[in-house]
Design a protein around this ligand. Structure first.
Ligand code: HEC
Length: 145
């Protein structure tokens, strides 16, 4: 087996573990959950530096914030289809109030891209993380079970 094949096998195994874990069958629901998982991973990266579990790396913080911004811009796209799954925590009012849902996504996109420019040192991590999680909460409190 060459290196490339091994890489593919590992990648497929890793993704099937993630899917098996959530047990979600619907393609659209799976996609939006994967996007939210990526949101959580990027937020966690900043949180781990704040708790000094990992060393402070300004470039990684900026990259995580830029990722959060582009994931936020993609959020209305992955929620466009009103798909359901027994495992989904999405509330039905998302599709009644899609303008508001889009507005909250765009606000988080804007805030995180500004934070990516503003963040300079380790003391900025706490207010940065607070601002990010406010954006997550603003949407979850309305649109997630
Ligand atoms: C504009 C709305 C919105 C924003 C902003 C948002 N989320 Fe979500 N999130 C949702 C909805 C809706 C669900 C439920 C999706 C489902 O279960 O179908 C969800 C689900 C999740 C989940 C569970 C995924 C799973 O596998 O079940 C995580 C983790 C998550 N969000 C993290 C975040 C983080 C971290 C942020 C901020 C950086 C964020 N979200 C911002 C709407 C949003």
């Amino acid at each position: 087996m060459n290196f490339f094949k091994i890489f593919i096998v590992i990648a497929i195994t890793a993704s099937s573990i993630a899917f098996a874990h959530s047990g979600v069958k619907d393609k659209n629901v799976k996609e939006r959950m994967m996007l939210m998982k990526a949101m959580a991973d990027n937020t966690k990266l900043i949180g781990q530096m704040l708790k000094k579990q990992t060393p402070f790396e300004l470039n990684e913080v900026k990259r995580a914030l830029e990722q959060l911004s582009s994931l936020s811009l993609q959020t209305p796209k992955v929620f466009e289809v009103n798909a359901t799954d027994p495992k989904s925590e999405a509330k039905q009012n998302i599709w009644d109030e899609f303008d508001e849902f889009t507005k909250l996504s765009n606000e988080l996109a804007k805030n995180t891209s500004e934070l990516a420019i503003l963040v300079e040192n380790i003391d900025d991590l706490r207010p940065t993380l607070m601002k990010v999680s406010e954006g997550c909460k603003a949407c979850h409190s309305k649109y997630r079970e």
